[in-house]
Design a protein around this ligand. Sequence first.
Ligand code: HEM
Length: 442
Amino acid sequence: MAVSDLPLGTTILTGLIAVLVYGLNKMIQQRRFYKDFPTPPHSFLWGHLNLMGEIMGFLPSARKYDMPGVFYLDLWPASCGQVVVTDPDVAMQMTVTRNFPKHEIESWFIDPPIGPGNIVTTNGPRWKYLHKIMRPMVAAKVMKFRSIVHKKVDSGEAFRLEELTQHLTFDIATLSDNIDLSEKRGLGIMYLILREHLDEMRQSKKQELDAKFLQDAITQVKTLLIAGTRTTSDTICFGAMLLSVHPEIIQRMREEHNRVFTPGTDATYELLTADPYKLKELTYTTNVIKEVLRFYPIGNIVREGVESITYQGREWPTKGLMICPVQMTVHMDPKIFPNQLKFDPDRYTREDFPHHAWRPFERGPRACLGQPLAIEELMITFLLITRDFDFTCANLKPNKTPRVGWTDLDLTFGDRAFQEFVFEANSRNGMLMTVKESNWSS
Ligand code: HEM
């Protein structure tokens, strides 16, 4: 008898049973896969889906379930499974030694607002091409930022620091004129993309810019705006927040700024303009910035598992899974960063410091393209701001007991100490501050 001869009800029922049997079979296969691997408590019905809220909360320490440096999460049927990496050596394998490609899940979130074909989510030759043209750019408009801060001193009112720092980093990411610090590096991204395309047009004797190129150029500009604006401005905000309770660290930064440059911000600016490479001599300030980024690493990455990774002498499969190094967990691991809750810029000068464990920009060929720019922006900002101003957090509401197991900063700063992960990772409650002219004298 053909299926078309059966009553409709029987056909639907048979179809449903077939789907159910297929689903159950798939579920058994999926759930069985994880039985030989370390995972948090695993349910046959839910995998780890029922634990997702809790897992997001404990990931920064991965301590609650005492997970090793590589563990698995079963997220079927919502998505493919995840290999979570909290061991810095394994993170090096997947980003530096083997450079696993970006997982398509990044495109689902990042492409709609920016456009497909952006440098963050593409792989292969397209990524190589974009990487080549986008590398050479930097700029600085910190003196303008400084004059805005001065106005806040005059008014004495509380203001949201992130609104100021966003203007600064937006200017820097989009800048199209040649500016101050070094001719070679004062180029805007739009200019660089156009220049590359015009060279190609000249070689192929084309007369007009094509529409695809323009769309593409807009995508790349949007990418830099998103990747380069809030990330850096959030870091300045968290830096100001952390430093506001560490006058002894501010003191050492100020002394270094006078020693390496010269007393007086205007004179320092002149010197910086003449010799931007002097920034490299600010080793203590660099370590302060590193420590701010250890507490607030901002980015999260998802790679596609292509081959197994080696951990503790065993091969761990990753094919078909997402593989995610979790920077915050590494940064808050007391075995790697002893006394991990202490804001301690000097930890980076210790001989045994494991440099590869500091990963706010990730590492390897796909590490943040803007890292030198971001570090330079942060250095210049702290150099030109720290000696003249004292920032204080306004309207703090410290928590009475720590809200999470991996930081106690909320006992001082309240929920403002937590990052809100959307496209960037700004402070959950905004960064309300007051600022005074500093009475520090060298
Ligand atoms: C404190 C500031 C910043 C932090 C913490 C940060 C962090 C990151 C991270 C974690 C990645 C992903 C790396 C990977 O997938 O392995 C990334 C990628 C990227 N960042 Fe940043 N970033 C910052 C500032 C900037 C700035 C200022 C720019 C440019 C104006 C920028 C442009 C990019 C680009 C283009 C990529 C994609 C690189 C690629 O896939 O090849 N970032 N960033």
